[in-house]
Write a protein that binds this ligand. Structure first.
Ligand SMILES: C[S@@+](CC[C@H](N)C(=O)[O-])C[C@H]1O[C@@H](n2cnc3c(N)ncnc32)[C@H](O)[C@@H]1O
Length: 209
């Protein structure tokens, strides 16, 4: 069982899930770079409209910097065709992907309840049987994340009026997979999530289809 999202690539290598993977929300490419370097699969699709950002208050300049940083970081892989940067929203991009064609989907885009739910509805049917869907930020619903450091990840509800991006991953993921009609018989091995300390306080969840 992976204890960190850094172990997903090794898990996929061991499971022979070596076709196409998707990261929904790539930002500066921090995770995409690690994933690409460690995963032996063919193609990683990075889906991010980039200019959208984490929350409404971000400047256009910051978003342009994130996009350039990502392009620079992934340049080698883009040049050899093992990464494609796709500047579209998650649900728009999902419409262009074949059903049950993906080995791995990692959801880390719009963290609102509706955003995560829309991502799950859009991408779950596109994961192949035996593939994995996963996502970042398994932190309590309603907590907001500030800045970049884990020390600010668990800002309390008292801080809600402050700016920050609200996270409703747990509720959306639990509601989606708790609905029996979304769990094809024999294909579901349960909802898994890492300890609250994983990845510096930013744990991931995953489901095998
Ligand atoms: C938390 S960051 C991603 C970080 C990255 N996964 C990592 O770990 O290195 C969230 C990203 O999601 C993108 N985003 C927001 N809404 C999105 C959507 N509807 N579809 C795809 N990406 C989205 C933002 O532009 C931002 O770059």
């Amino acid at each position: 069982m992976p204890q960190s999202r850094d172990e997903f690539p090794m898990l996929l290598n061991e499971m022979g899930l070596l076709g196409t993977a998707v990261e929904v929300g790539t930002n500066r490419g921090d995770y995409a770079e690690h994933f690409r370097n460690a995963w032996r699969g063919e193609l990683l699709l990075c889906v991010d409209p980039w200019e959208r950002g984490y929350y409404a208050g971000e400047s256009k300049h910051d978003r342009a910097v994130a996009r350039r940083a990502c392009a620079w970081r992934l340049k080698g892989a883009v040049d050899v065709g093992s990464v494609v940067m796709l500047p579209f929203t998650s649900t728009t991009m999902a419409k262009a992907v074949n059903e049950e064609s993906l080995d791995f989907v990692y959801i880390d885009g719009d963290h609102s309840y509706n955003g995560v739910t829309a991502d799950l509805k859009a991408w779950w049917p596109l994961v192949k049987p035996g593939g994995i869907i996963a996502g970042h930020d398994w932190i309590p619903d309603g907590w907001r994340c500030y800045g970049d450091g884990p020390e600010v990840a668990y800002a309390s509800k008292e801080n809600l009026p402050r700016a920050g991006w609200p996270c409703y991953v747990q509720g959306a993921v639990r509601d989606f997979f708790g609905s029996a009609d979304r769990i094809p018989p024999g294909r579901f091995s349960g909802l898994n999530y890492m300890s609250p300390e994983a990845d510096g306080g930013w744990p991931s969840w995953w489901v095998k289809k």
